[in-house]
Design a protein around this ligand. Structure first.
Ligand SMILES: [Zn+2]
Length: 124
């Protein structure tokens, strides 16, 4: 199941940021991380960290919002088991599809909210 179908997605999507980096794929194949801005609201932060969903590849229950090791204030989204648990899940086609879907949804959401804040053009 995709995170996009989870009821928490409506809250979560406001905190998701796509961060492009090329360490893995090089210039021709840029990859992007799905980062999550740490909510100032401690209750919301705990809710994000407590969230569970099935791994998109094997179905094992996972926590999709994780803290980067050694950087407690940095959160990110992962749709599969951690590498140490099952390496194949993170490299699966299911994972790729889920990350693409999330990136598309975030881009669409951000485009939509930007429009709302843009000043309306005055009619002449
Ligand atoms: Zn898995």
């Amino acid at each position: 199941m995709s995170i996009l179908l989870d009821p928490s997605w409506c809250d979560l999507r406001q905190y998701v940021r796509l961060e492009v980096y090329s360490r893995d794929g090089g210039v021709g194949n840029p990859r992007s991380r799905i980062e999550v801005v740490t909510p100032r609201d401690g209750v919301l932060l705990r809710r994000f960290l407590a969230l569970t969903m099935p791994c998109v590849h094997c179905g094992r229950r996972i926590n999709p919002i994780r803290q980067r090791q050694g950087r407690a204030q940095h959160l990110y989204f992962a749709a599969t088991c951690e590498l140490a648990v099952n390496y194949a899940c993170a490299r699966s086609m299911d994972a790729r599809r889920e990350y693409d879907a999330v990136k598309r949804a975030v881009a669409e959401y951000q485009a939509g909210t930007t429009e709302l804040h843009e000043p309306k053009l005055a009619f002449e």
